[in-house]
Design a binder for this molecule. Structure first.
Ligand code: PEP
Ligand code: MN
Length: 359
């Protein structure tokens, strides 16, 4: 794939102080021209406003420090390929027959981590029966403590792939490091970049050359703009198949593991053409709060969900407290079958076994 070279237009407005002198205005104009911008000057009764448009890369911070400058407003977004302006119609990312960003709300579900063959098989069968199309599960786990379970590595990938194949599901799994890309590529359908790696720019750049979709989770303390700039790294490497994932951010609130930012869903929809899925499991951190957050995310316009499900969550090796029991997940899917059509979306209509598709 080729790197995308984008001659994007930047737009900026520089508002001068009321008492700015002619020589200060001229100096600002000169700096903007030096930065590659065309400048349009409007002189009002009290102030001069400079509109700058061009292919340059003006530095807002430097302009703000120039004498006589009152305020600098950036009009264009710093991300280009990820921006809705670049592709107003929206992007659909395909993994097999799962189309993320289309009419259908796609559900990805499975355990936090692959632990054993029976555990992965049971979870995969349960989520497929309920209507999930994509199996989630980690083999390389980014744990806050080095003493926590770190994942089964390649053996975990094999278990996940076999279970996905047996259930006719696609597989999303996390890549933590450049050195893992090659081996994970042999097993996965979608690469997951975790919250802790959202600003691992070398990893994102390399995934820009991958030929599979990349799900980019929002960093624990990332702004939406920073998150979209991370997606931009993958897109600018030539990989157009990027899915964003809201998974909660760290705030001052301690009642939940993270604060699940539902407002990020409509904000991203407005700013970007990329599909967005929601991870209420990491957002809430407690299984009793996953369903309400999942329902809200779908109602807010999420293109999909990624949910942790475990058949024996109380003995899970990671994230047991936020992993749903299969019966809870079944109930949630039934509720989503009411919510999705109410907002003009579809979702896998019935539990798969009864409908008989896919195998
Ligand atoms: C996960 O999906 O299990 C995970 C570690 O997620 P996050 O990167 O959002 O914490
Ligand atoms: Mn997890």
């Amino acid at each position: 794939m080729t790197e995308q070279v984008l001659e994007a237009t930047e737009a900026m407005v520089v508002v001068m102080e009321e008492r700015a002198t002619e020589s200060q205005i001229e100096q600002v104009v000169a700096r903007l021209v030096e930065m590659g911008m065309d400048v349009h000057r409007s002189t009002g009764v009290t102030r001069t406003v400079l509109g700058a448009v061009g292919q340059g890369h003006p530095d807002k911070g430097i302009l703000e420090l120039l004498d006589g400058v009152h305020e600098v407003l950036r009009i264009s977004e710093p991300y280009k390929l990820a921006s809705r302006t670049f592709k107003p119609e929206g992007t659909v990312v395909s993994a097999g027959d799962a189309r993320i960003g289309g009419d259908e709300v796609i559900v990805m579900a499975g355990p936090c981590s692959a632990e054993s063959e029976p555990q992965v098989r049971a979870a995969a069968a349960a989520v497929r029966r309920a209507g999930a199309k994509i199996l989630r599960g980690g083999a390389f786990k980014p744990r806050s403590s080095p003493y926590s379970f770190q994942g089964l590595g390649e053996e975990g990938l094999r278990l996940l792939r076999d279970a996905a194949n047996a259930e006719n599901l696609k597989l999303v799994t996390e890549v933590m490091d450049l050195s893992q890309i090659e081996v994970i590529d042999e097993y996965c359908d979608i690469f997951q970049v975790g919250a802790r790696n959202m600003q691992n720019f070398t990893l994102l750049r390399e995934l820009g050359h991958a030929r599979k979709p990349v799900l980019v989770k929002r960093g624990i303390s990332a702004t939406i703009e920073e998150w979209l700039l991370s997606a931009e790294y993958v897109l600018s490497g030539g990989n157009n198949d990027v899915i964003l994932c809201e998974r909660g951010i760290r705030t001052f609130e301690t009642a939940t593991r993270n604060t699940f930012d539902i407002s990020a869903i409509p904000v991203v929809k407005k700013l970007s053409h990329l599909p967005i899925v929601a991870d209420p499991s990491h957002g809430a951190g407690r299984r009793d709060m996953v369903a309400p957050m999942a329902r809200a995310a779908v109602a807010a316009g999420a293109d999909g969900l990624i949910i942790e499900v475990h058949c024996d969550p109380d003995h899970a090796l990671s994230d047991g407290a936020q992993s749903m029991y299969p019966a809870q997940f079944d109930r949630l899917m039934a509720e989503l079958r009411i919510i999705a059509p109410a907002i003009g979306r579809s979702i896998c209509l019935e539990p798969v076994t009864r409908r008989g598709w896919g195998s």
